[in-house]
Design a protein around this ligand. Structure first.
Ligand SMILES: [Fe+2]
Length: 359
């Protein structure tokens, strides 16, 4: 399971050679696209069956890995992936043996218990999973596979990993285990995202970003997220925008809104970002964490909402959809549709200050 970009980068051929050397006869399904939809997953499952496959190897970003997980669910059960939306038909059997090979450092899908699938009919993305049955059996995390990523993809996916860590660390269901991995993911993103963005071939930076994505994925795969993902997943079903960049654009405004709910946790994040919070009040340190993420968003050149395909007159509709998303539950500050409208408003405004005006 892969996409055209991975194929063009020559990574597919490397994997195929390696599989053939091990006497495995691979069947290539390279139709994966960003924001994979119901039809693609169902088509993949039909091909899986008709080719007599007995396992899955996903090479790519979250889209390839989530497509493979989805195909695995349909292959292990029946019907269409749309039936296995969380809260609908239960996933009773484990997916076939699956190896996840991420080529981005962001989604963490290689270690999560979720696949995110787009339903073009309802114009939403829905979650499948919440059970170990959907997890990849093996994750092969090789930072060298990420050195060819363009800066824009490095930035968006890296900020997505940060969003997983931030949202899991501050949400109502946080636990010591997820706190631990989320904090280390934040430290790595703060130290290395700008370096990976600036030096594509810097393996030390790539290594730490791959680790950050995986660690944040462990947190996200166990907890849920919060308002930023409620917004980006629902908005991503409206316009075909890259999940990472969209989440990145929303993260700062969401943190600004949320920090009053969990001041100690936001202050702790400021320390993880490497900020000097000695002699600073909890409230000031919490604000520093928010300011830091706003600046990081500028530094890695995250596109404006308008550039991602959205217009301001869509704000009420987008806010209603975000409020209906299950990830609203557990957000560190009470949030309703009118709060979502305010957060969206700020996201549009900050984006229009792009290219350093905020500095
Ligand atoms: Fe995400």
């Amino acid at each position: 399971m892969t996409d055209a970009g991975v194929k063009a980068a020559g990574l597919l051929e490397v994997a195929l050679e390696s599989l053939r050397r091990s006497d495995v006869e691979p069947v290539v399904f390279d139709k994966v696209r960003a924001n994979p939809g119901v039809e693609l997953v169902d088509e993949g499952a039909t091909e899986y069956r008709s080719q007599g496959c007995d396992g899955l190897v996903a090479i790519g970003g979250g889209s390839s890995m989530d497509t493979a997980k989805g195909i695995g669910v349909v292959a292990a059960h029946d019907g269409s992936i749309v039936e296995y939306e969380w809260g609908h038909s239960p996933i009773r059997s484990r997916i076939p043996p699956m190896i996840a090979v991420p080529t981005t450092a962001g989604t963490g899908s290689e270690v999560t218990l979720w696949a995110v699938i787009t339903d073009p009919k309802r114009k939403i993305k829905f979650n499948v999973g919440g059970t170990p049955h959907i997890a990849a059996w093996v994750a092969v995390i090789d930072p060298e596979l990420t050195v060819k990523l363009p800066p824009g993809v490095t930035a968006g996916t890296g900020m997505d990993a940060l969003a997983h860590a931030v949202e899991c660390f501050t949400m109502s269901y946080h636990q010591p285990f997820t706190d631990a991995v989320a904090l280390l993911a934040m430290e790595y993103v703060a130290r290395y995202l700008r370096v990976a963005f600036s030096q594509a071939n810097n393996l030390e930076a790539r290594y730490h970003m791959s680790a950050a994505a995986m660690l944040a994925g462990l947190a996200y795969g166990t907890d849920s997220a919060g308002a930023a993902h409620a917004m980006s997943q629902t908005a991503g079903g409206v316009h075909d925008a890259p999940h990472g960049a969209l989440t990145a654009r929303l993260l700062g405004p969401v943190m600004e809104y949320n920090h009053s709910g969990e001041p100690e946790r936001f202050a702790r994040m400021a320390a993880a970002f490497g900020l000097d919070t000695r002699g600073v009040s909890t409230w000031r340190a919490a604000e520093m964490a928010v300011e830091y993420v706003h600046q990081l968003t500028v530094d890695v050149d995250i596109p404006a909402m308008q550039e991602l395909g959205f217009s301001q007159d869509e704000i009420p509709m987008l806010a209603d959809k975000a409020f209906a998303d299950p990830q609203t539950i557990g957000n560190p500050r009470d949030v309703d549709a009118s709060a979502y409208r305010k957060i969206y408003q700020q996201a549009f405004e900050l984006g229009s200050h792009r290219n350093g005006a905020r500095r």
